[in-house]
Design a protein around this ligand. Structure first.
Ligand code: ADP
Ligand code: MG
Length: 429
């Protein structure tokens, strides 16, 4: 959304000493101080002032605001060692369909269908990435156009959904190792690539000033923890990161998270440092607390303010966009039908937020009058970024082998429910 800049909201111009929206707080100083090589701070600017017009504002109206894509990885070393056969096929690195053998899991396909033509199911999605798709392609096809929307002042969210071990974290985060020239490494995932492209775009933008802030939190068993909290404690302790609470903020949309650290980012280097810090905390906690990360959601949020002077009217316009990049809990946490479901619930395995997210997305796709945002913390947190003029993409990740057949079919069914009826070309063999 864009709005006129209220008086008193000043984004800093280069050389100016006026406070900017982001980086002057003590919180920012902490973030910058943690950057491996924060660089000369006097050279950092929150804004650039070249000529107008470089902002690429999307003009096309999107047919659907919810896109569902699938990424099928190659066989893992373990799957190869187990000699588990490949049962999912895609049409090269980028296509629109994935075909999966549906013979009962654990039972020979031949036992179910005494023919050499196995039973298969073909699913249609907006995009299907095969094992040959690299990180650059996934970023270009999934995140690049959403960045346009964020810069134009809209809220966007990318979710990675799928069974543990299928590549959610690889897709969202990937390799964070810095390269000498600050270019993303080959295996860098969507989040570091978004940071790269965002700063590249902002720094090339003419006639605009900007600020970028980020937060990084984790939702585990419906408890919120701040991965960027300065008072981060020993991860062997259950309070491994600051526990924070959210409250309704009285507005129609969204909640406020009290005590959430928001780091101002002046540069790509700051962004990568903050991302590394939060991700390392998540990883340390995962190692010390068994499968914790497979049952927690992490939400990395960038808030971008861009101020431009309208050429026509000569007045300032402030665009505020948000980009939520979400690595969801393993989809196996949803549990399956009937008795198994009950057992899973007793074992605390069912992830309320994952279930509700599916229902919220189905309700949005169906244009239902009631959207059950309030039924989970994840959907309450993201309420201002789901529905309306926001853009959402779900990346469903799957394994190609028979050993994961049941979870693969379940992930694809969940993803399919999130697709708009109008655009749903499900085919079945
Ligand atoms: P998840 O987050 O869904 O549990 P990970 O992202 O941790 O899964 O992936 C599990 C392993 O598989 C990691 O070692 C990861 O690097 C690897 N992996 C996942 N997807 C791919 C892919 N598309 N290409 C190469 N390696 C992958
Ligand atoms: Mg993961």
């Amino acid at each position: 959304m864009s709005r006129r800049v209220p008086s008193g909201v000043g984004l800093q111009r280069p050389g100016s000493r006026a406070p900017s929206l982001a980086p002057t707080s003590s919180r920012y100083s902490r973030a910058a101080a943690n950057a491996p090589d924060a660089g000369p701070s006097s050279r950092r600017v929150t804004s650039v002032l070249p000529s107008a017009g470089a902002l690429r504002v999307p003009t096309e109206v999107h047919e659907s605001n919810i896109h569902v894509v699938v990424r099928c990885r190659g066989r893992s070393p373990q799957e190869i060692a187990e000699a588990s056969p490949v049962i999912a096929t895609t049409g090269g690195p980028l296509s629109k369909a994935i075909t999966v053998e549906t013979g009962a899991a654990g039972v020979s396909t031949l036992a179910v269908m005494p023919t050499d033509q196995p039973n298969t199911k073909t699913y249609g999605f907006d995009k299907v990435f095969g094992p040959e798709a690299d990180q650059t392609m996934v970023f270009n096809e999934v995140a690049e156009s959403m960045l346009d929307e964020v810069l134009a002042g809209y809220n966007c969210t990318i979710f990675a959904y799928g069974q543990t071990g299928t590549g959610k974290t690889h897709t969202m985060q990937g390799d964070l190792t810095p390269t000498p020239l600050m270019a993303p490494s080959t295996d860098a995932g969507i989040i570091p690539r978004v940071l790269h492209r965002l700063f590249e775009r902002l720094e090339a933008q003419e006639g605009a000033e900007y600020s970028v802030k980020c937060s990084y939190l984790e939702l585990y068993n419906e408890d919120l923890r701040d991965l960027l909290a300065p008072e981060y404690k020993d991860p062997s302790n259950a309070g491994y990161a600051s526990q924070i609470k959210m409250f309704e903020d009285g507005s129609k949309k969204g909640v406020t998270v009290h005590g959430l650290e928001e780091c101002g980012l002046l540069s790509l280097k700051d962004g990568l440092a903050v991302l590394n810090r939060g991700s390392q905390r998540r990883q340390t906690a995962e190692t010390k607390m068994n499968d914790k990360s497979s049952r927690s959601h992490s939400i990395f949020t960038l808030t971008v303010h861009v101020k431009e002077t309208s050429q026509d009217k000569g007045e300032d316009v402030l665009r505020i966009g948000k980009f939520n990049l979400v690595d969801l809990a393993g989809s196996e946490a949803i549990g399956r039908s009937g008795a198994e479901n009950k057992r899973a619930r007793e074992a605390g395995m069912i992830n309320q937020s994952l279930l509700t997210l599916g229902r919220v997305i189905s309700a949005l796709v169906d244009k239902s009058s009631h959207i059950p945002y309030r039924e989970s913390k994840l959907t309450r947190l993201l309420q201002d970024s789901l529905g309306g003029r926001t853009k959402t993409c779900i990346v469903a990740t799957v394994s190609p082998t028979k050993s994961n057949q049941e979870e693969t079919l379940s992930t694809l069914d969940y993803a399919l429910r999130a697709r708009s009826i109008k655009n749903k070309p499900e085919v079945n063999a």
